[in-house]
Design a protein around this ligand. Structure first.
Ligand code: HEC
Ligand code: HEC
Length: 218
């Protein structure tokens, strides 16, 4: 059956209208998030509120679920996540994943010795301790690999270090295969300080690969 206009035109126009709309208007569910995570989801490094912009949608949705069910313990985020419906979680995750990656580093470079040690851990790890290179899973330059490996740049050193401590103490769980918990428990306080200071001083960039079959750069 032939319509009055070709199907591809209708679909294309809809896509265009939708993407314009999605870029311009945050969903109403995001109104309460902006106070801490910023109007563009860029985060607030000085206050250790993490960036959400450009993080993989699957990762974001999972974390909201973890705050709600206590796999990840944080009083503020538990209060924010518990009332969200599964649909709201999906909407918020897709929205923040679609926002542009911030261009500024979250922190300034630490003193040379710390920077050098941090850069080494990020790129090569410390095999004697069984700590693999961070970039092995989180990709070169720490840009992340959607959907399960979040970026490590554009986050404050304190936020990153708090997460490693949370895995060591068992207050953050639910990471796929316990991969990150294994890494965290092998890290000393000095390792954590060096690598998080190095990562925070790097300029964030968009992820360059995605899992086969999951489409796009998100
Ligand atoms: C009052 C401040 C505040 C508000 C409002 C807030 N958050 Fe958060 N958010 C935080 C803090 C603090 C953390 C870090 C928690 C931790 O250390 O585990 C966080 C972490 C997160 C994370 C984990 C990020 C990551 O990289 O793992 C997600 C996802 C998130 N928030 C989403 C949201 C969404 C969606 C909303 C709105 C519904 C929201 N937040 C509202 C303070 C806030
Ligand atoms: C074997 C793979 C693997 C390696 C190696 C690895 N990570 Fe991870 N990391 C993960 C996974 C998977 C997650 C997501 C956890 C989740 O979904 O809860 C993660 C999450 C994180 C987070 C939380 C980010 C956020 O936004 O809350 C931090 C911080 C982190 N990793 C730091 C590091 C550092 C530093 C290193 C190197 C010393 C490292 N990782 C090495 C797999 C890895």
């Amino acid at each position: 059956m032939m319509g009055s206009y070709p199907q591809w035109l209708a679909t294309g126009l809809l896509g265009l209208v939708w993407s314009t709309f999605a870029a311009a208007a945050p969903p109403p569910e995001a109104a309460s998030c902006a106070a801490c995570h910023g109007a563009q989801g860029q985060g607030m490094p000085a206050a250790n509120y993490p960036r959400l912009a450009g993080l993989p949608a699957g990762y974001l949705a999972e974390q909201l679920q973890h705050f709600a069910d206590g796999k990840r313990q944080n009083a503020i985020m538990a209060g924010m996540a518990k009332p969200l419906s599964p649909e709201a979680i999906q909407t918020l995750a897709a929205y923040y994943a679609s926002l542009p990656v911030p261009t500024e580093a979250a922190g300034s470079p630490p003193e040379a010795a710390l920077l050098e040690r941090g850069a080494w851990l990020a790129q090569y790890g410390d095999l004697a301790k069984g700590v693999p290179a961070c970039f092995r899973c989180h990709a070169a330059e720490g840009v992340g690999v959607p959907q399960h490996f979040p970026p490590l740049t554009g986050q404050s050193a304190k936020y990153l270090a708090d997460q490693i401590t949370a895995w060591q103490q068992g207050t953050r769980r639910g990471d796929p295969l316990g991969l990150m918990q294994t890494v965290a428990t092998r890290m000393s306080a000095e390792d954590t300080q060096a690598v998080t200071a190095y990562l925070a001083a790097q300029k964030p960039k968009a992820a360059v690969v995605s899992q086969p079959g999951q489409g796009g750069g998100q």
